[in-house]
Design a protein. Structure first.
Length: 94
């Protein structure tokens, strides 16, 4: 039980560190244009609109099925969280 608790807490610390790092570089995005309806789930639309209006290079999501198709034609690339983390790690080494 202690092992699992330590492992869980360790992951929480890593996740909190990642979130803190993202918050430090995050910038507010003013929505100037609405790209609707491009996604089947209306709750996902604000994510795509924020990425497009904010000039994002990457849209990071587990929902590849919906976002990859909807993102075609925009300047960002849609990737899974594991791919985004791999890129961050490679970038940090340079």
């Amino acid at each position: 039980m202690r092992f699992f608790l330590r492992r869980f807490l360790s992951r929480c610390v890593i996740a909190c560190g990642l979130i803190d790092s993202l918050v430090k570089v995050a910038e507010p995005v003013r929505i100037r244009f609405l790209w609707r309806p491009l996604l089947s789930d209306p709750r996902d639309v604000m994510v795509l609109e924020t990425a497009v209006n904010g000039g994002a290079d990457l849209l990071v999501t587990f929902n590849q099925k919906d976002f990859v198709a909807a993102s075609k034609g925009f300047a960002h690339e849609t990737v899974r969280p594991s791919e985004a983390l791999d890129r961050l790690r490679r970038h940090a080494k340079h």
